[in-house]
Design a protein around this ligand. Structure first.
Ligand code: ASP
Length: 332
């Protein structure tokens, strides 16, 4: 997939003098006002994209909701729930790789089209952290709850306490303990966060992000995935972005926020992801052993991705079906 070129930077995004409205929301307003759809401005939703191969089954669940005129926020929650609940997946939810002390600590966040968001970090014993994040968003005045507080909140909300360390993950951790070398390696099990972005039939955007974080991390380490603006950002007037890869590097650049702000200027999703990746490359001394990938969707339903190295892919489900797409990459 090559970087999409726009004739003018403002071709798809018409921002008013105050910068408050994008072309994508106009058809809905116009239809509501005049009953006449304007095809040249129409939103191409529903559409859902999500990171890595596991994006395919996650998209299936999200698409069921979107194609039945459900909301983007329900789609991004239920979509990633599928991966969180899969014990065979070693980077998200139950079965996720533990920290170096053998504890499975999960990070997740969610953001809707109103700019509301919720997040949990270092959450243990709960299979679906993104659903707890949604409860934080909807039932508390807070954005982020971590550790024991997040667990207590989850239990209070009716989530079941579960042992997340599966026999498979336990064996791998015991094996790791023999050498205890903390060395993140690109494009293998320790870089498979699922981030999902969706646009519903109303043209509303939402996003989610959920992970067990880096395998064998220090206990208490939190990556970019639950941090609004780093692992995920949604601006319903502009677009949405999410990240996967070495979280520390994404946090340093406010990665997903940066991608959305670049799209606000009329830059395509792929180009915006590329610029964000280049910021990381410029800052980090040694990029050989680290991978970061960004995924983005603008208000028109155009999508794109970019990574430091080859190997990053994403799944895209629209009216043409569900397919995997290889991301562009720098590989410098
Ligand atoms: N971004 C995640 C983290 O740093 C890891 C990943 O995407 O695999 O925790």
């Amino acid at each position: 997939m090559k970087t999409s070129k726009l004739k003018t930077r403002r071709e798809f995004l018409k921002i008013t003098a105050t910068g408050t409205i994008a072309a994508g929301v106009l058809p809905i307003l116009m239809e509501a006002k005049n009953g006449i759809p304007n095809s040249s401005l129409s939103v191409s939703g529903p559409i859902v994209i999500s990171t890595w191969n596991h994006g395919l089954p996650a998209n299936e669940a999200a698409w069921k909701i979107l194609s039945a005129k459900g909301t983007a926020i329900d789609a991004v929650e239920k979509g990633v729930n599928v991966i969180e609940s899969d014990p065979e997946n070693t980077s998200v939810g139950i079965g996720g790789a533990p920290d170096r002390d053998g504890r499975v600590t999960l990070d997740a966040c969610i953001m809707n089209h109103n700019g509301d968001c919720g997040s949990v970090a270092c959450l243990e014993h709960i299979v679906n952290p993104v659903s707890v994040a949604r409860m934080v968003m909807e039932k508390t005045p807070h954005v982020m709850i971590v550790g024991d507080g997040a667990l207590a909140f989850a239990i209070d909300q009716g989530f079941k306490k579960t042992d997340l360390l599966t026999p498979k993950s336990k064996i791998a951790w015991k094996e790791w303990l023999k050498s205890s070398q903390y060395k993140p390696v690109i494009n293998i099990e320790n870089h498979d966060t699922i981030g999902m972005l969706a646009m519903d039939h109303l043209g509303n955007l939402s996003g989610s992000c959920t992970t067990s974080g880096l395998a064998y991390k220090m206990h208490g380490r939190v990556g970019d995935s639950p941090i609004i603006g780093a692992g995920l950002f949604v601006d319903n007037e502009v677009g949405a972005a999410c990240a996967t890869g070495l979280g520390e590097t994404v946090i340093r650049q406010c990665g997903s926020f940066l991608v959305v702000e670049l799209m606000r200027q009329g830059i395509s999703p792929t180009e915006a992801c590329k610029i964000a990746v280049e910021r990381i490359i410029k800052h980090e001394k040694n990029i050989k052993d680290l991978q970061v990938g960004f995924l983005a969707m603008n208000k028109k339903g155009e999508t794109g991705a970019y990574a430091i190295h080859s190997g990053f892919n994403y799944a895209k489900y629209d009216t043409n079906g569900n397919k995997l797409i290889d991301s562009d990459f720098s590989d410098r």
